[in-house]
Design a binder for this molecule. Structure first.
Ligand code: CA
Length: 255
């Protein structure tokens, strides 16, 4: 997808990494699973299908889907049991497909930890919008490794190692990126040069700590509006550096 310039992260069907989200469809009726696959693929999702409950559990464990669409009436292991098993090791959201009159199943499924249900027959539009709504609700918090770190005028995408300054992509070297990510992942925490050397360059790096200063310098030139008065990477005199999440320059903040 081509939204790299947009500072606002993620359409609902896409992680900030740009990788399509995977949906596991557990449904024994081929007509239904094919339709579901068709419409959700059109909406930008990656779809995998299991034809019975046992296969569904197996595929879930192997593929770690972002969401499960689960028919309740399934051969081998029924849908309620599938939810129960999945819930033993994960919080993957589950959208149940149920028959119109199966109120009891629906309630049992929700009790078992399903997130929502759709009654057959359903429209493609309703399916897609329900899926998006669930994924929005369970979107990872900013602390998750794959989620973008968003600061005023600076966005860092850990999964793709992309960085945008004021909405424009900037090229960082691998070391500059690691340095920035290390600092920005723990705003306001002061890092000594030695700590940064070991985190970014490896634990037994034999260079001297001025290596850190040199890289902070080149990083500031790429991400700071005014490298002499940095908004983000602040020097802590005699100690090291910290990342300022407010993104406000201090008059004496430079090296
Ligand atoms: Ca069925």
């Amino acid at each position: 997808m081509n939204d790299q310039q947009t500072p606002q992260p993620s359409p609902a069907n896409e992680a900030t990494s740009g990788v399509p989200q995977t949906i596991l469809v557990v449904e024994d009726e081929g007509d239904i699973s094919n339709l579901v696959k068709f419409y959700l693929e059109k909406a930008g999702f990656r779809i995998i299908i299991a034809e019975d409950g046992a296969k569904g559990i197996e595929l879930h464990a192997r593929e770690h889907p972002d969401l499960v669409i689960l028919d309740l009436m399934l051969p081998k292991v029924d849908g309620r049991e599938v939810i129960k098993r999945i819930r033993q090791w994960s919080q993957t959201p589950v959208l149940m497909l149920t028959a119109l009159r199966a109120e009891e199943d629906r309630i049992a499924g929700l009790d078992q930890g399903a997130d929502d249900y759709l009654t057959k027959p359903f429209s493609a539009r309703e399916l897609v919008s329900r899926v998006r709504a669930i994924l929005r609700r369970v979107a990872p918090r900013p602390s998750a490794a794959s989620e973008a770190l968003v600061y005023p005028g600076l966005t860092i995408h850990p999964a793709t190692r992309r960085v945008e300054v004021n909405g424009h992509p900037v090229d960082l070297t691998a070391k500059e990126f690691s340095l920035l990510l290390t600092l920005a992942s723990a705003p306001d925490q002061v890092f000594s040069r030695e700590t940064l050397l070991s985190r970014v360059w490896g634990f037994e790096y034999l260079g001297d700590s001025r290596t850190v200063d040199v890289h902070v310098g080149t990083l500031r030139r790429k991400i700071e509006d005014d490298p002499a008065h940095p908004r983000f990477i602040k020097t802590i005199w005699r100690v090291g550096y910290k990342f300022d999440a407010r993104g406000e320059a201090e008059t004496d903040g430079g090296v």
